[in-house]
Design a binder for this molecule. Structure first.
Ligand SMILES: [Zn+2]
Length: 237
């Protein structure tokens, strides 16, 4: 794969103070290329904000390369350590690049993570939103047909509470603007919520500003509230 700056994540956004990270299993799966496309877009987008997760993913990728060599039962090359360190220092190509998506022109001057921008046909501020409830609008992003999960942008009004829900699969949520709080803490710019299938939560957007999030789900949300369950076929979540 060509090693050009264009294909990689831009340098992490230095202004973001990250309090919530990807878990180890997600980082390992991302580095191994086995994480579902939808989840990979959110993971890679978080890494545009987070030096720590980006470094851990590169470490897992470099380590995986060495283990692969051992499994091949070929003797480790003399400069295996050099190769390992080189790989450790090389930004990984993002998931959109790997799946052949070009970077749209609007993304070249955008502060959005490139992994996300590849899936947007227009700038975020020009996105067309589908209103699915008072204070809640979504925009579905077009992942490949082979992807198991779905990928949405959510725009939630200030002070708005989402219905309490669980998930049939993993869910990754990345905050792009504003902030919200739930039983796992407060999530602001660049923070990611990496939730297991058995996690239930009720995000409430902090007062003062709406919250825009990028959310990947492996399976539909399971709302605990009857009205939300009735509403689900309409909302498409
Ligand atoms: Zn992180």
């Amino acid at each position: 794969m060509p090693n050009t700056h264009q294909q990689h994540e831009r340098q992490p956004h230095s202004e973001a103070v990250i309090n919530h990270h990807l878990d180890d299993a997600t980082l390992m799966a991302y580095a191994a290329g086995t994480l579902d496309e939808s989840l990979s877009v959110v993971a890679a987008s978080h890494m545009a904000f987070c030096h720590e997760c980006a470094r851990e993913a590169r470490f897992a990728d470099a380590l995986g390369g060495m283990i692969f060599e051992r499994q091949e039962e070929t003797p480790l090359h003399d400069n295996a350590l050099t190769n390992f360190l080189t790989r450790l220092d090389s930004p990984m190509p993002d998931v959109g690049y790997r799946s052949g998506r070009s970077l749209p022109n609007h993304a070249r001057t955008s502060s959005l993570p490139r992994a996300l921008a590849r899936y947007l046909d227009k700038p975020l501020e020009d996105t067309t939103w589908k209103r699915i409830a008072p204070g809640l609008a979504i925009h579905e992003l077009p992942v490949s047909p082979a992807a198991r999960g779905r990928l949405h942008l959510f725009r939630i009004a200030a002070g708005k509470a989402m219905p309490e829900h669980g998930h049939g699969g993993n869910e990754l949520t990345l905050v792009l603007s504003g902030s919200y709080s739930d039983c796992f803490g407060r999530f602001a710019l660049g923070d990611v919520a990496d939730l297991d299938p058995d996690a239930n939560h009720q995000p409430i957007v902090d007062a003062g500003a709406p919250c825009t999030c990028l959310i990947a789900t492996e399976a539909p949300a399971r709302f605990t509230n009857l009205m939300a369950r009735i509403f689900q076929p309409v909302s498409g979540l």
